[in-house]
Design a protein around this ligand. Structure first.
Ligand code: ATP
Ligand code: MG
Length: 438
């Protein structure tokens, strides 16, 4: 195999691993995703190796190994600064819970090993010099741009239900179609998705949503009805997803993965709180949840502002500007900019109900951005006074009043009513506290 799409250092190291296995008298091949991606001229990320050597033989050949999945015959071999999964040729049988094979048998023939693999495009192997080993027509399917199960689709999905999501994932990320029989098998077995751990489903969903053709995958998820069968609540029906697909048509234009999730949850009509709960149920990391919910909270604040400021109000633009700046301070600049990015890819019709015909409102994404860039302060740490300064200047014991005075000062400076000047801030603070005491 001539590698043009792999990191050259990794290709050299992988070559060494394969050569050493062969010098010890074993067969060894690159297999799976790396062959698929090289043939497609897509970046090759990891290079898996399959071999006739038994795990203990692999361990005896290489100085640095990690027994990653010893019982399934997988050893990670460390070579130079790279790690390679080296797996003994094997077959599988007796899948427990529609996911894990109960038994694996080591075999002598690489073709037997290829037979257990999920799709024809993932079931090709190649040695250093030899021809492509492709017993199931993977190269042709790459050419036809088809995802097709190795063997009987229904059986293969029944054995391991995760393959159904992998099928959608490969069709989505590669922009392939799914072979007819494979799709039919998927529809027949879709209920089995209930056996798959939520983390696994989420990992595949992330690859779909964050990949280069998310609409393709979302459309297939909607048509297949797969997600409604999962363990975690995916509380939308196929028609919800279809409506969401229209709203999230621009999803592929968003660079940020978190913004893609925010757009999707917005398109699905979820509140910030509901989005937070869903992301938690889907086992997303806390940082993703907080950031997605933040964007949706800015949406809620802005939608309320648009509703409450009458369209014909002559001071309307300034009122909206103040509301917008308050939202930026409450939820952070990143969340606010995130919402502006979402507005830029949403079809205009989807927010025209809250955006009146007035020019200011129609131009909002740009206007909101310029309002943010004109803010002299965006966080309490930017203020020229701190809590201790206030307490001292007012000769008052620090307490909850400090926080509320500081955030009020921050807002006034941010909207441009007062300057971020120590003396002016203290005077203003005294006035505010004085008022409260009246
Ligand atoms: P990528 O790494 O880009 O996600 P990949 O094809 O390398 O794609 P992996 O999950 O790394 O996918 O798996 C490596 C190979 O193992 C696959 O190419 C396929 O041959 C086989 N494989 C992985 N998961 C399954 C499965 N659930 N059922 C059958 N074969 C599988
Ligand atoms: Mg891989």
């Amino acid at each position: 195999m001539k590698w043009t799409m792999a990191d050259p250092g990794m290709a050299v190291a992988a070559d060494l691993v394969v050569t050493q296995l062969m010098s010890a008298g074993h067969e060894a091949f690159w297999v799976g995703g790396c062959i698929r991606d090289e043939l497609l001229q897509r970046p090759v990320n990891d290079m898996d190796i399959t071999t006739s050597a038994l795990p203990e033989q692999v361990v005896s050949i290489f100085a640095r190994c990690i027994p990653t999945g010893l019982q399934h015959g997988t050893i990670t071999v460390l070579q130079n600064k790279y790690g390679f999964e080296v797996t003994t040729f094997r077959t599988e049988s007796g899948y427990a819970d529609h996911r894990r094979p109960e038994q694996v048998f080591f075999v002598n023939d690489v073709k037997e090993d290829l037979r257990r693999r999920d799709f024809t495009i993932n079931a090709m192997a190649c040695s250093i010099e030899g021809p492509l080993i492709d017993p199931f027509g993977g190269a042709e399917d790459l050419h036809l741009r088809l995802v097709r199960c190795v063997g009987d689709a229904e059986e293969r999905f029944e054995e391991d239900a995760l393959r159904m999501l992998r099928c959608v994932r490969f069709a989505s990320t590669l922009d392939f179609r799914v072979a007819k029989n494979t799709w039919r098998g998927l529809l027949r077995q879709r209920d089995k998705l209930a056996h798959i751990a939520v983390e696994r489903v989420r990992a595949e969903l992330e690859k779909i949503v964050e990949g280069p053709h998310p609409r393709r995958g979302l459309g297939m998820l909607s048509r297949s009805g797969l997600l409604q069968r999962g363990k975690a609540p995916f509380p939308w029906t196929g028609s919800d997803l279809a409506a969401a697909a229209a709203l999230s048509a621009g999803i592929g234009e968003l660079e940020s993965a978190r913004l893609r999730w925010a757009l999707l949850l917005h398109a699905l009509g979820r509140s910030a709180g509901e989005a937070d709960e869903l992301l938690r149920a889907w086992t997303f990391p806390g940082a993703t949840r907080i950031s997605v919910a933040g964007v949706l909270r800015v949406r809620e604040a802005w939608t309320a502002a648009l509703r409450e400021v009458p369209a014909g109000d002559p001071a309307g633009t300034d009122k909206l500007r103040r509301r917008w700046i308050a939202a930026v301070l409450a939820y952070g600049r990143e969340a606010a900019c995130g919402w502006l990015s979402l507005l830029r890819v949403l079809p205009p019709a989807s927010y025209s109900s809250v955006h009146s015909e007035s020019k200011d409102r129609m131009d909002f994404p740009d206007l909101g951005q310029s309002w943010i860039s004109q803010m002299p302060v965006t966080a309490l740490t930017d203020l020229a006074v701190g809590g201790n300064d206030l307490a001292e200047a007012m000769d008052k014991r620090p307490g909850p009043w400090v926080g509320s005075v500081l955030s009020e000062l921050l807002l006034r400076v941010a909207v441009g009513d007062i300057l971020n000047d120590r003396q002016q801030l203290l005077t203003e603070a005294k006035r505010m506290v004085g008022h409260e005491q009246l």
